[in-house]
Ligand binder design. Structure first.
Ligand SMILES: [Fe+2]
Ligand SMILES: [Fe+2]
Length: 292
């Protein structure tokens, strides 16, 4: 079998496992919210309907809406009220983060790896990516937040379905001081980014999201349709690592690739300081809201 054919087979097998597992429980809400985000004609009522068909999600969203952070004048008991009090954009992101957080299950940990830290890392990358789009590119970056939240979904898959191999990957990364992708290549012959991309494609998420997830470790090789988002993810990943929001993967980002991404995105690295500061503040607020 050709190496690429073999890789394809492995990916198909993993995607099939994912689709029969708890992980796929986020599929319909995530693709639904992504559709709303990308549809200029979508209204807040589409979002309301989508969240309301998921009672545990509704309960979580209402809990956050009633938290000290949002401080409503009286108790919010319905999604409709939450929408009015918190706003469409915030509620979209809140519902997405609450839903995606369900697959980062606390019981799932291995030596040198914590799913809790991985989740915090994904939220940090999502926030920084979104802020770069808004402030630096003056674009809404509809897919930026969701791509950040999901970029490392392949790691969860490895930790759940390839447990022994995954432990080996972690020990190679740690003992031989290799980055996660190199260790994955040695052990699985594929990367968590490949797995993430295969899942995003199988779930029919926009190609921009799937491609950016697939190339978040090697953005300079990404196709034009998603190279901007992939490079921004890389920059966000680099920043989150510098702020120590990561786990075993992060100390090995490549400074050369980072510099090239900045040049390609036409970004001044100093602009990032404020973005990271604000993202970290938001992350702490989310922590107060009970997201981690
Ligand atoms: Fe990654
Ligand atoms: Fe990451």
């Amino acid at each position: 079998m050709e190496p690429s054919e073999e890789k394809q087979k492995k990916l198909e097998k993993l995607v099939a496992l994912v689709n029969r597992s708890e992980i796929s429980s986020i599929k319909s809400i995530v693709s639904g919210i992504v559709r709303i985000i990308n549809d200029p004609k979508a209204s807040i009522w589409d979002l309301k309907e989508m969240v309301e068909v998921d009672p545990p999600l509704t309960a979580k969203v209402l809990k956050v809406a009633n938290s000290v952070y949002y401080y409503p004048p009286k108790k919010i008991g319905e999604i409709r009220q939450a929408l009015i009090w918190i706003g469409f954009d915030t509620l979209k992101e809140m519902a997405l983060s609450q839903k995606v957080s369900e697959i980062f299950n606390e019981n799932d940990s291995a030596e040198g790896y914590s799913i809790r830290f991985l989740w915090k890392h994904c939220v940090a990358v999502a926030l920084i990516t979104k802020m770069i789009y808004r402030r630096e590119f003056k674009e809404r970056g509809a897919n930026a937040y969701v791509a950040g939240l999901l970029h490392d979904i392949g790691i969860i898959v490895e930790s759940q379905f390839l447990q022994n191999d995954f432990s080996q990957v972690l020990s190679i990364a740690k003992n031989e001081k290799k980055n996660l992708s190199e260790a994955e290549q040695e052990v699985f012959g594929l990367h968590h980014a490949d797995i993430g991309m295969a899942i995003a494609e199988n779930w029919n998420l926009p190609q921009e999201i799937a491609g950016a997830i697939g190339y978040h470790d090697n953005p300079l090789e990404a196709e034009q349709d998603y190279s901007k988002l992939a490079s921004t993810l890389y920059v966000a990943e680099y920043c989150s690592q510098n702020s120590s929001i990561g786990y075993s993967e992060t100390p090995f980002q490549n400074n050369e690739i980072y510099q090239q991404c900045l040049a390609e995105l036409n970004m001044d690295p100093h602009a990032l300081d404020l973005i990271v500061e604000d993202a970290m503040r938001e992350l702490n607020e989310m922590e107060d809201q009970g997201l981690f």
